[in-house]
Write a protein of this length. Structure first.
Length: 110
């Protein structure tokens, strides 16, 4: 027998899509939206208006990092964001927000 057969197996996976949940949190938490998310979208809109080259990671990276940390603290999910999210999750959130907000900007919603 191996010791691992006696030890409790820990699975850090949550029973829901945590990346989707963070995106919903970013858009629907009034405090986070007003202070962090909306200003990032406005910087994206300004960059589009000036026809600047846009790096989604630089545009939304800080907002996503803040959202992951705030989300974990507020909903007590894991001890910290690094235990819940990996770099792929972060990039998934950034890409999705960038794609959806670019569509909104192009449609004139902002």
């Amino acid at each position: 027998m191996k010791i691992s057969e006696f030890a409790e197996q820990h699975n850090n996976k949550l029973p829901f899509d945590v990346t989707e949940d963070v995106i919903v949190f970013m858009r629907h938490d009034p405090h986070f939206y007003r202070r962090t998310y909306y200003p990032a979208v406005m910087r994206l809109k300004d960059a589009c208006g000036k026809k600047q080259k846009i790096d989604a990671g630089k545009m939304f990276g800080a907002a996503v990092d803040s959202a992951m940390n705030t989300y974990c603290k507020k909903f007590q999910v894991g001890k910290n964001a690094s235990r819940v999210f990996d770099m792929q999750d972060r990039q998934t959130i950034i890409n999705r927000i960038y794609t959806e907000e670019m569509a909104n900007i192009q449609q004139g919603k902002y």
